[in-house]
Design a protein around this ligand. Sequence first.
Ligand code: FIX
Ligand code: ZN
Length: 432
Amino acid sequence: MMPTNTLETAPVSRNGSQLGLSPEQILSAVSDELRATEFIDMHTHLFKPSLGSLGLWGIDELITYHYLEAELFRSNPITPDQYWSLSKQQQADVIWQTLFVENAPVSEATRGVVAVLSAFGLPTASKDLTEARKFFASQKLEEHIENVFRLAGISEAVMTNDPLDPAEAPLWKDSAPHNQFHGVLRIDRILNKWADHWQAVKAAGYEVEQQLSAKTLAEVRRFLTDWCHLMKPVYMACSLPDTFAYPEESVRATMLKEAVLPVCRQFDIPMSLMIGVRYQVNPAIKLAGDGVGKSDLRALENLCREFPDNRFLTSLLSRENQHELCVYARKFANLMPFGCWWFLNNPSIVEEMTRERIEMLGMSFIPQHSDARVLEQVIYKWRNTRRTLAPILAKTYATLAEDGRAVTREDIHQDIQRLFRGNFESFCRIKT
Ligand code: FIX
Ligand code: ZN
């Protein structure tokens, strides 16, 4: 077994430089460094404890994850209406029975629940959820978060915070900061649904109208500025449809140009564009009802070129857009590709996306985020990332060595730090 830290013991050449690692040493060094590095989970739907019951955790939330609800309806004749009429526990029971007892849990999302149960030493093939419920009910949240982050190998999680969510906004005034959770100003209701939400901004004390006059745009800037002072977001974010276009004669394009991007510049934070959602293709299954569409990335190209002083974190939902995103990232240093989002977060696609990113961008991108909605999901999502990426990174370094450049443990250490921490921290100007 290789010693865990070979930085000191790497063979050195006569001139004192470290000789390279062998292919076997490379794989074990990559696995060791992935295991030893605490990642930053830069996009989740988790909440810091002081935001109260917004934070989801425990076995019933894990099993009623919308990914699993979508899979339930394919393997059980229950209708969505019948399912929505059940209690949370009854919903979890029918999903457990269908996807974990009557069928082997081989999908990415079902296997994830198995991995979480296994990580806590709980039975993974029980006929019911009695023992799991007892375990999670006995956990104290703060301690549980510590334990879950340790098991997941993450130091902090970045949240998704909606200043126009009536359930969340009032909690921010007195909410205590938590050093393992960073805020994000999520502005879908402003950019995508202004007509439905401008009155909520007005009710909050800002003199806005539905019409985007200069006064209204100035007040939207004041609204965003006030929330940036309160929340201290590491970036602003918005999910965007596959039809997203820029420039265009639209509320969204005007809001972006005249309100959102100027405030991002004022606070020196990136704007996260998550593009490619076809919302509610099947409304009957609620959150599970969103689909995917290929986007026209000229919108992204125009934004990166027109706003060189803004920085754009970008995740695209369509597999067909990924290669173009790499090409655009080569053109614009203010564009940071991140993650294998949602329907892409499956090993078969993560491998393809990560390899093409390394081939075209070196280590100048952010490989993954969890998108976790339930606390314990970070355990399986990051376990899967380490398992999928280890051979990809090892092959990358072995090929480099084959082509004549010795690879050292320090190379690997630095790159993994950069991929899973440094790129995010520097793009968001986070001081460490
Ligand atoms: O817009 C988003 O942040 C998406 O990630 C979510 O809306 C989506 O439901 C999700 O959780 C995907 O993993
Ligand atoms: Zn998300």
